[in-house]
Design a protein around this ligand. Sequence first.
Ligand code: SF4
Length: 186
Amino acid sequence: MSDKNLTNINQKVERLEGYEGPGFLATTLDKAVGLARKNSLWPLPFATSCCGIEFMATMASHYDLARFGSERLSFSPRQADMLMVMGTIAKKMGPVLRQVYEQMAEPKWVLSVGACASSGGIFDTYSVLQGIDRIIPVDVYVPGCPPRPEQILEGVMKIQELVHNESLRRRNSPEYAELMASYGIK
Ligand code: SF4
C-alpha cells in the first residue's frame, strides 16, 4: 500500500486521546469505553408514520447508517441502546413507548426524530402526545417534517458525541436518579 493511501486511512481512523509514545498508549477507561460504545450503537427504531420512511432511506445504501457502526437494528429492547422515535405518537401508544424504554438496559439514549415525536407536530389534538419528552427523557431532538436523512444522521452523530463524552459513573449519579424520578421511572 502506498504511503499516500496509508495516510488517508490514518486520517479516517479516530484516534483515542491519551498519552502515547513508541509502542504504548495510556488513556482513561472512560475514554476507551466511550469510543467503543459510540461506534457500536444498536438502534431500536420505533417508527409509526412518515418519518419512519425517512429512516428507511437513512438505512439504505445511499446514506448508509452502517458507516456509523449502527447498522445492527434491534427490535428487542433488551438488545438495543439507542431508541429512535419517529412519527406521530398517539396518547394510547404512550404506555407502550414507555414500556419499551423501561425494558432497555442502561446505558441508553433517546433520539426524537421529527416534529411529531418532538412536539406533536401539526397534530395539536386531544389524541396525540405533544412530545415524547412528556413520558420519557430525550437526549437529542431532530427537527423537520419530515427531517431529511442527513438530519437524522446528524442527530445520530450528536448522540455519538454524548456517548463519547459521558462518564461511566453518570448513570449512578444523584442527578440521573433525579431525572428518572421526575419521569416516575425507577
Ligand atoms: S413530523 Fe411530519 S413527516 Fe414526521 S411523522 Fe410527523 S407529519 Fe409525518
